[in-house]
Design a protein around this ligand. Structure first.
Ligand code: PAF
Length: 306
């Protein structure tokens, strides 16, 4: 072991109560390893920046875990964007993101450059398996391989005890859980319910692309999910029928898919817990959302109906 791996931390490594920014993976790894050796637990909140209240909720959730230091990573990961996607115009707002981390009292911020994480390019990457080619993966080939590659790297660098992800990207959450299990990562993957505007719109960094009228149209996604969940006692056909009826009244919403699946995204059960997932384009903006549904049970309100 080299001296730098064991040297005591200085205030430029970690300053309790402040958000210390790191860009060097090796240095951050040393900081989190030292903190863990001193008995602290590490909670990682991976983000691509453009932090909104959904990210703040993840940080708050992480802070409530006992004895935990929160690390927020901010990195727009080129590997998960297709050639015709919005990597170049993805919103980047580091100063505001850092202010949000400080307000939420995250104590470590990992903000590497692309060259810090992919030093010699990225010749070796992860394959997300068959589920990686379904739903979002069918429309965005290679997307989940890119997500899992960067998340695995973050797990290796940060060495977290907990990693928190929003349920808004439900397929991503399922695949990360699967990766953690299949690749033996020794950590808990924590899913946090979607945060919504008062009118139901799921918070997303991509909502900034929507014009006023498009934002109104986008409400059809959460309304469709809520309508489906409301009739879940009637089973799968009732759920999908009710959701489709809402979408039919919003022709400006171009549907990519509306699917009912099991909670692990296998085939939907006839009864019990399931997940209703939707993806659609509103203008040039692609939006996704999902909600839990309890098939064959009495009427329910979902988090999409708020
Ligand atoms: O959900 C996101 O913001 C990204 O996919 C993640 C998990 C930070 C990986 O780049």
């Amino acid at each position: 072991m080299t001296a730098s791996r064991t040297a005591p931390l200085t205030r430029s490594d970690y300053a309790p109560g402040q958000a210390t920014v790191h860009s060097d993976p090796a240095r951050l790894a040393r900081v989190t390893r030292t903190l863990r050796a001193a008995g602290r637990r590490i909670a990682l909140v991976p983000t691509m920046g453009a932090l909104h209240d959904g990210h703040r909720e993840l940080i708050q959730h992480a802070r409530r875990l006992p004895n935990t230091i929160v690390v927020v990573s901010i990195f727009v990961n080129p590997l998960q964007f297709g050639p015709n996607e919005d990597f170049d115009r993805y919103p980047r707002s580091f100063a505001a993101d850092l202010a949000a981390c400080e307000e939420e009292r995250a104590e470590l911020v990992f903000a590497p450059q692309v060259a810090d994480l992919y030093r010699d390019g990225a010749a070796v990457t992860l394959n997300a398996g068959p589920l990686g080619d379904e739903l979002e993966g069918a429309v965005r080939p290679g997307h989940f391989g890119g997500v899992l590659t960067v998340v695995a790297k973050l797990f290796n660098i940060v060495g977290p005890d907990f990693a928190l992800f929003g349920e808004k990207d439900y397929q991503q959450l399922v695949l990360i859980r699967r990766m953690a299990r299949d690749l033996d990562f020794d950590l808990s993957v924590v899913g946090v319910p979607t945060v919504r505007e008062d009118d139901g719109l799921a918070l997303s960094s991509r909502n900034v692309y929507l014009t006023g009228p498009q934002r109104t149209s986008a409400l059809a996604l959460s309304a469709a999910l809520a309508a489906g969940a409301h009739v879940s006692a009637g089973g799968a056909d009732a759920v999908l029928g009710a959701a489709r009826a809402v979408l039919a009244a919003s022709p400006e919403v171009e549907l990519d898919y509306l699917e009912l699946r099991a909670t692990d995204l296998g085939p939907a059960p006839a009864e019990g817990d399931a997940r209703l997932l939707i993806a659609a384009r509103v203008g040039a903006t692609r939006l996704i959302d999902n909600a839990p549904v309890l098939l064959g049970s009495p009427d329910q309100d979902t988090d999409a109906s708020r």
